[in-house]
Design a protein around this ligand. Sequence first.
Ligand SMILES: C[S@@+](CC[C@H](N)C(=O)[O-])C[C@H]1O[C@@H](n2cnc3c(N)ncnc32)[C@H](O)[C@@H]1O
Length: 331
Amino acid sequence: MAREKNDPGAAPATRLALAQRALWEAEDVVALGPPGADVARLGVGAAWIPDAHERAAAKGVAVGGVAYAGAHEVALTYLPKGTRRRDYVLALACSVAPRVALVGAKKGGIKPGKKALAQRGTIRATAAGAHCQIVVADVEQVEAPALERWESRFEVEGLEMVSLPGTFAAGRLDEGTARLLEVLELPETGRLLDVGCGAGVLACVAKRRRPGLEVVASDADDFAVESTRRSAAANELAVEAMGSDVYANVPGRFDVIVTNPPFHRGVGTEYGTARRIAREAPTKLRRGGTLWMVANHFLPWGEVLEESFAEVERVHAGRRFKVWRATGARG
Ligand SMILES: C[S@@+](CC[C@H](N)C(=O)[O-])C[C@H]1O[C@@H](n2cnc3c(N)ncnc32)[C@H](O)[C@@H]1O
């Protein structure tokens, strides 16, 4: 296990946490939301990572889910993206340990994060480095946050969608998703996969429009998977939701894959996941199957799709979004 202070292979927040280990080290530390690859470096006793992609990198050491029920001395808490997710994770941290060490990037909002933490207790120490800050506070212990109180609800085609903190486009229908729904053509029967399902809008609308379809939804983010389960339950729709890094845990092949793929991760821009969704789609489609994909108009998915499909049609080309239909999977 690598535990050097200034490990160059670690994420910047981890490098700072390691350099300032004296501020948070204790007999019993849980890391909440660390990058999966950094869990071993931290040398903590427990880790919670609510993301299948990151969790896989932790090689079986971390638990997932939208809640964490342990009791520890210190919660070393990585600042998540988005205010709602941050506030939820801070509430969770305060239910888990009397001392919280919050670490995150300056560009990722550690300053407002520090303010939010200060409202929950007394700041004991702060330190900065690697463009990050770590803030340690003794906090008032609270009950585990009740997820029901953190839900946002919104309506799409008469369906009530449920979105948990930090789930994509929380509380509203995304414009790209709306464009895809306008042009989407669905068979009466067969299997459909919504990959990167968020709150489950595409999956639930597909199931409502075509009750004869078997609908599966997957997302790397456990909050998205749970949101989709709640959306499906709220409308009594049989949609199976599962945690998966792209297609990794999704069994079987499909007649239709629909996706509004991610192109952001953390504070940076990332196209790798969308590229994998497009390139690996042929391995998940049945013969004659179709991939439907929406993305911002400036993203070059048409060319990427042409590498994997014989027929790629741009079925919508608006000012902000394009929708592609790809058939004739190669290979
Ligand atoms: C642009 S959102 C679309 C959400 C939803 N389909 C909609 O249209 O409202 C992309 C989704 O991809 C998910 N995602 C990111 N990386 C992923 C990965 N490696 N595997 C699966 N899903 C991922 C994100 O968590 C997010 O929910």
